[in-house]
Design a protein around this ligand. Structure first.
Ligand SMILES: *[C@@H]1O[C@H](CO)[C@@H](O)[C@H](O)[C@H]1NC(C)=O
Ligand SMILES: *[C@@H]1O[C@H](CO)[C@@H](O)[C@H](O)[C@H]1NC(C)=O
Length: 226
């Protein structure tokens, strides 16, 4: 509607006054007015047409910029939602009461029963298994502690962190001179959905804990890879 009005307005001087017209090559060559597109023949009434054209181009540019921005925003919002929906973090302690686990004849999975945080419920406090809910790079850490009970008594604290039964890292402090030993390992690992992460107590070793939580096992998703 607006377009029609403008074209009419542009064409009006041609009909009424038949002004001098030039080709785009400049004055000298007079052309008959073109009723469809007066801009071609009538340079003087051309300004409004050019403005209309520029306005149209600007509108197109704004529209496409706006569409691109809306697309980017939708993608960013989707990514954020994904991250929020897939938060994974757990941190657990061995026990709340004074208790030792081991010494064991064969390696066992340590079952940490004191839950500090378990976002995503991927750590199972019945089995001691952290089952990876989403593929990605994970930060994993565990700290082991043991107490010989009395000075000079043997002390053996050794454990490993395992992915599907295969050791990723291990800690070992056996028959040292002191009565207590504690060690920590921190690592990053690329894990896949369904991988089972456990802490395994090695044969002949034992862990001791109380409400101070000397033994901990923690992990969180640093970033997802799918
Ligand atoms: C720009 O978008 C508006 C609203 O969607 C639409 O009415 C208009 O025709 C579009 N303009 C161009 C130049 O694409
Ligand atoms: C933990 O593992 C046990 C034994 O496999 C299972 O019965 C239980 O449902 C699991 N708990 C959760 C919260 O998945």
């Amino acid at each position: 509607m607006k377009g029609n009005v403008v074209v009419l307005f542009c064409a009006l001087p041609l009909v009424l006054s038949q002004p001098k017209t030039y080709s785009w090559d400049g004055p000298g060559q007079t052309l008959a007015p073109d009723p469809i597109n007066p801009c071609l023949t009538d340079q003087e009434s051309c300004g409004c047409c050019v403005m209309q054209k520029k306005k149209w181009q600007l509108q197109q540019y704004l529209n496409s910029s706006m569409n691109a921005l809306e697309d980017s925003l939708a993608k960013a919002q989707n990514t954020l939602k994904n991250i929020r929906d897939n938060r994974v973090a757990f941190s657990v302690g061995l026990t709340d009461k004074r208790r030792c686990v081991g010494p064991v004849k064969l390696p066992i999975t340590v079952v940490y029963q004191s839950i500090f945080i378990n976002i995503g419920e991927a750590y199972n406090s019945t089995t001691g298994v952290f089952t990876v809910p989403r593929s990605g790079v994970y930060n994993l850490a565990f700290t082991v502690f043991s107490d010989a009970g009395s000075p000079g008594a043997p002390l053996a604290v050794c454990a490993s962190i395992r992915k599907n039964g295969v050791a990723l890292a291990a800690l070992r402090e056996v028959y040292d001179q002191d009565q207590e030993d504690q060690a920590t390992a921190v690592l990053l690992a690329q894990l896949s959905v369904g991988d089972r992460i456990t802490i395994s107590l090695q044969a002949g070793c034992w862990l001791c804990d109380d409400q101070n939580h000397y033994n901990t096992f923690s992990g969180f998703l640093l970033y997802a890879t799918e």
